[in-house]
Design a protein around this ligand. Structure first.
Ligand code: ATP
Length: 239
């Protein structure tokens, strides 16, 4: 099957200096792929490079099986939805106004998150963090994307809300959307993911099916702890 997005030998970073190195990664239609790793591992950098928001330092990003250097807005027009780390609701506008932005199908958004029906007239800035994130995800999914790239949907949210968001993501994948999820809630995301990659210091340290990573949860958690240790050896220099 053709992949929706693929990294081949990708080095990604800033101003020509890689922080992610030699990355091979694929996302196919209908699968949820988790991108895990401690703070600073390079997850956001990877996501933004796959989205076309950052230029690769070297290596290739393939979209629908073809090398692509198209910027984010062109990829978005071709079916990419990017949910960045910062909550992206328009805080001064109501929930209804937020849903009417862009190509969002409001009926579909409310079908995905019926919780938002009672909040349509509420100013988005007054919604709870979880409701704001439901609104963000509803808006992204109700545009009918083929590929969803989402960065820490669950940041700062309670476990029940996280589970709700992840269920919606799983349902989208079950209807054919390919999903790449950057997540810190490892055990929760591995419940909905098909596969996962664990990044540490810009390199893939572990990858496999969600079942495989779940069976190595202690190793995964150790990697998080090692990634956070301040006395660590310096990162591998750029080649
Ligand atoms: P977190 O979980 O904390 O969000 P992350 O795994 O998403 O971390 P990145 O945000 O991709 O990690 O950062 C990877 C490395 O790139 C870090 O060392 C970070 O300091 C560096 N970095 C991030 N953004 C920039 C930037 N705009 N310019 C230069 N370096 C950056």
């Amino acid at each position: 099957m053709t992949t929706l997005v693929e990294a081949r030998g990708l080095c990604a970073g800033y101003e020509g200096v890689p922080v992610v190195r030699d990355l091979d990664l694929t996302v196919a239609p209908g699968e949820v792929v988790a991108l895990l790793g401690p703070n600073g591992a390079g997850k956001t950098t990877t996501l933004l490079t796959l989205a076309g928001d950052l230029r690769p330092v070297s290596g290739t990003v393939l979209v629908d099986g073809h090398p692509s250097r198209a910027p984010l807005h062109r990829r978005a027009a071709a079916g990419l939805a990017l949910v960045p780390e910062e909550r992206s609701v328009f805080k001064g506008q109501t929930t209804a106004e937020n849903l009417r932005v862009g190509r969002c199908d409001v009926g579909q958004a409310l079908a995905l998150f019926p919780e938002l029906k009672a909040k349509l007239k509420t100013t988005a800035g007054l919604l709870s963090g979880g409701e704001q994130q439901m609104l963000t995800l509803a808006r992204a999914l109700a545009r009918g994307p083929r590929l969803l790239l989402a960065d820490e949907l669950s940041l700062g949210l309670a476990p029940l809300v996280v589970a709700r968001l992840l269920r919606a993501v799983r349902a989208a994948a079950d209807s054919g959307v390919g999903v790449l999820l950057v997540e810190q809630h490892v055990s929760q995301v591995l419940k909905v993911a098909d596969r996962a990659y664990l990044l540490r210091r810009g390199r893939v340290e572990m990858s496999g099916t969600a079942d495989e990573l779940r069976s190595r949860l202690t190793d995964v958690e150790d990697s998080y702890l090692a990634g956070r240790t301040t006395g660590d050896a310096p990162p591998t220099p750029a080649r």
